[in-house]
Design a protein around this ligand. Structure first.
Ligand code: AMP
Length: 212
């Protein structure tokens, strides 16, 4: 099954991706995670995109498409994949169609998590990530047992630079202008599954499972 997990920043894509990859046995491909790794390792690409990411803007389409194409060619995508945080612009969606055509594949379903704006802002500003294992906590919905400490590995929790209030606003306006129009693109293709992302984490995963 080839899937796209679609939604605004903070809609809960990362959390739901973990459930879907387990239940469908497909790898989750998060362009955000790939780019953060590049920035952390200070690669040539990482140096190029670091300031773009910290201000909440989008990495140029040609760079994103090249990274995604390389990733989709890997062996573990043979029996399916879940794209998280990609595509984010119309040229990316069309570029993805071209890539998949070349690989003899297609997208089966687009799971769209739909969440009210005030909830998104609350979720993003209360998101905390473990420095050591990358596990995500949320001060409101999934608070760590001990303040500032990861439940899984005991690592230190931190707030992503682009989850700070000023950048959240910018990321959301980028989402509304560049990304939201893709809902219509996939609706036209008849592969869009709209999911109410305002519910609790287990309710949302149950709804996704039922819809798929
Ligand atoms: P995310 O973790 O998905 O919120 O992504 C974090 C940041 O990585 C975004 O704010 C962008 O700067 C960059 N990024 C991730 N995915 C894409 C994409 N598909 N297109 C452009 N930029 C992206």
């Amino acid at each position: 099954m080839n899937l796209i997990l679609f939604g605004a920043p903070g809609a809960g894509k990362g959390t739901q991706a973990q459930f879907i990859t387990k239940s469908k046995s497909v790898p989750s491909i998060s362009t955000g995670d790939i780019f953060r790794d590049e920035v952390n390792s200070q690669s040539e690409l990482g140096k190029k995109i670091s300031s773009i990411m910290s201000r909440g803007a989008l990495v140029p389409d040609n760079i994103v498409l090249k990274v995604v194409e390389e990733r989709l060619k890997k062996d573990d995508c043979k029996n399916g994949f879940l794209l998280d945080g990609f595509p984010r612009t119309l040229p990316q969606a069309k570029g993805l169609d071209d890539i998949l055509n070349r690989l003899g594949k297609k997208i089966d379903k687009v799971v769209s998590l739909e969440v009210a704006e005030e909830k998104i802002i609350e979720r993003l500003s209360s998101r905390r990530i473990c420095k050591k294992c990358g596990n995500k906590h949320n001060l409101v919905t999934l608070p760590p047992k001990k303040e500032g400490v990861c439940d899984i590995c005991g690592g230190e929790l931190f707030q992503r630079e682009d989850d700070m209030p000023k950048t959240i606003k910018n990321r959301l306006s980028v989402y509304y202008v560049e990304t939201q129009p893709l809902i219509e693109y996939y609706k036209q293709k008849n592969i869009l599954l709209s999911i109410d992302g305002n519910k609790s984490v287990p309710e949302i995963s149950r709804d996704i499972e039922a819809a798929l």
